[in-house]
Design a protein around this ligand. Structure first.
Ligand SMILES: C[S@@+](CC[C@H](N)C(=O)[O-])C[C@H]1O[C@@H](n2cnc3c(N)ncnc32)[C@H](O)[C@@H]1O
Length: 226
């Protein structure tokens, strides 16, 4: 494993740079700008729902979708997981890779949008997506990509801020109809899947960082049976 940042696919020998990004350049720019605005955007601590849900799982291969500055990925790697972490923002990934080096853990970073990344299908024991800002498309590409990455016997854990999905569109440009929410993934499940958790619950929020004001989570945890 390597902490190099691979473009589009997890390629251990890839030199690094973030310029081989695959995905919509506008989405990349939007997130790069958001990260570049601040020295550190998120708390630097792992998400509470992830910590709670991973407690009973045996470490294996994990994909962290929309990994941001890498706190979850690093926490998982410290816990013995073989981590691939993916994000559209090169700014975030550079920070994440630096934090991983400082922590002395190996993570395979992928600079790509979820739906454009070349990922091994059905091969992750855990796919974790914590507050991912995945854009919705008519073919449900992001929802399907999340499910397709899970190995038989593995788990998809999708966590979002409760209440945002039912908000009205803001003047700021945020429209919940543009994004993928847990219910949309749940709607796609067939007999190959078992729902282990699908609920709203109080959030164990890491201290500090943007988004700390959100008090409740939507947690969808589903297991692929075959
Ligand atoms: C709200 S942040 C959450 C970051 C991190 N999971 C956390 O909990 O701190 C959403 C992240 O999703 C990333 N993102 C947005 N669209 C994406 C896409 N299509 N594929 C992968 N990552 C994406 C953004 O760059 C950002 O880092």
């Amino acid at each position: 494993m390597t902490d190099d940042i691979a473009a589009g696919s997890p390629a251990p020998d890839s030199p690094s740079p973030t310029d081989g990004y695959v995905g919509d350049p506008a989405v990349r720019s939007e997130w790069d700008n958001r990260y570049a605005d601040r020295h550190q955007l998120w708390s630097g601590r792992p998400n509470g729902a992830l910590v709670a849900e991973v407690a009973g799982l045996t470490p294996g291969r994990v994909l962290d979708v929309g990994c941001g500055e890498g706190a979850d990925a690093i926490w998982l790697a410290r816990g013995g997981w073989d981590v691939t972490a993916l994000d559209v923002s090169g700014v975030a990934l550079e920070r994440a890779a630096r934090h991983a080096r400082d922590a002395g853990v190996d993570v395979q970073w992928v600079h790509a949008a979820l739906t454009d990344a070349v990922l091994p299908s059905a091969s992750f024991d855990l796919v974790s997506a914590q507050y991912p800002a995945l854009l919705r498309t008519p073919d449900a590409a992001a929802e399907r990509a999340l499910l397709a990455a899970v190995a038989p016997g593995g788990v998809l854990l999708l966590v979002h801020h409760a209440g945002m999905d039912t908000q009205h569109a803001h003047e700021s440009g945020f429209d919940p109809a543009d994004y993928v929410w847990p219910s949309m993934v749940a709607d796609l499940l067939d007999d190959d899947w078992r729902v282990e958790t699908n609920e709203q619950r109080p959030r164990v929020a890491p201290e500090g960082g943007a988004g700390a004001h959100h008090t409740d989570d939507l947690v969808l945890r589903v297991r692929r049976l075959r």
